[in-house]
Design a protein around this ligand. Structure first.
Ligand code: NAP
Length: 259
């Protein structure tokens, strides 16, 4: 299936590993030129090189922290007019809300709500002028089904979701869409690191922790990042112009509701 986006230009944030990398890979396979970014240069360059070798598209990189104004300025200087924007960054720390200070909340809102909004603000008018734009925010299944220990994430990501829900309706007549992808458990470094921390705390093995988690997923497994990348590429496709303001949950059936 040709997604009709060959030759388009994308910015894919936080993309040296995990879900962001899977989105960059799949977009590149569809012929999209990508600007990839992450804080660590080594993994970023290795990931970009692998995508160049596989797909032959134009892949540029910048090692920067996307949650800072300076980081965003560097990215936008390199790529001021993207057709596709995939927002992503690391998630906030877990814990008990009684222990979180105002600074913890500001950091979470800054990284997971204001950062994507600032990137959208800087790029959406160009998309409107060019009559094509696809914006995908990587959020979390916790937006629909809050995770007890991840209050900072539940709150900040829900704030982003509310904002873009309103904006999506204002810009879709220009063939510019905004949708959110809500990952449940995907087999990435982040998920493994969480399991290692839980294993240490509980005296169980990492495998025991992961098997217990998988047992809570109707699919009885974790998602593969490639599955996430393919959903992202579909939302960015030319044919997805009538789909906007949606929250697509990829969680192996974990969310228990009918709708
Ligand atoms: P991951 O495997 O740890 O990869 C994170 C990627 O983001 C890396 O490339 C990392 O590179 C980059 N990154 C992190 N913070 C950054 C920053 N401030 N600026 C630029 N790049 C940054 O994580 P993941 O599993 O793909 O998760 C991606 C997002 O989805 C996170 O927000 C996570 O909370 C959310 N999520 C994931 C799952 C899951 O099961 N995997 C479930 C729900 C939600 P550097 O460290 O070098 O910067």
């Amino acid at each position: 299936m040709d997604l009709g986006i060959r030759g388009r230009q994308a910015i894919v944030c936080a993309s040296s590993k995990g879900l962001g990398l899977a989105c960059a890979q799949q977009l590149a396979r569809e012929g999209v030129n990508v600007l990839m970014l992450a804080r660590g240069a080594e993994a970023l360059e290795a990931a970009a090189q692998a995508i160049r070798a596989e797909t032959g598209v134009n892949v540029s990189t910048i090692a920067t922290d996307i949650t800072t104004p300076e980081g965003r300025a560097k990215v936008l200087e390199l790529c001021p007019n993207p057709d596709i924007l995939v927002t992503n960054a690391g998630g906030p720390k877990p814990g008990d809300f009684r222990d979180w200070s105002r600074d913890d909340w500001v950091a979470a809102v800054d990284a997971n709500m204001i950062t994507p909004i600032e990137l959208i603000r800087a790029t959406v008018d160009g998309m409107i002028e060019r009559k094509f734009g696809r914006i995908v925010n990587i959020t979390s299944a916790s937006v629909k089904q809050p995770i007890e220990s991840l209050g900072l994430s539940n709150g900040a990501r829900a704030g982003l979701t509310g904002f873009v829900s309103g904006l999506a309706r204002q810009i879709v007549s220009h063939n510019v869409t905004i949708n959110n992808l809500l990952p449940g458990p995907f087999a990435t470094d982040r998920l493994t690191q969480n399991a290692v921390v839980r294993a240490k705390a509980s005296g169980q093995t990492v495998e025991q922790i992961q098997n217990a988690r998988k047992a809570t997923v109707p699919a009885r497994r974790f998602g593969e990042p490639a599955e996430f990348g393919q959903a992202c590429a579909f939302l960015c496709s030319a044919g997805a112009g009538f789909m906007t303001g949606q929250n697509l949950v990829l969680d192996g059936g974990t969310y228990p509701g009918t709708l």
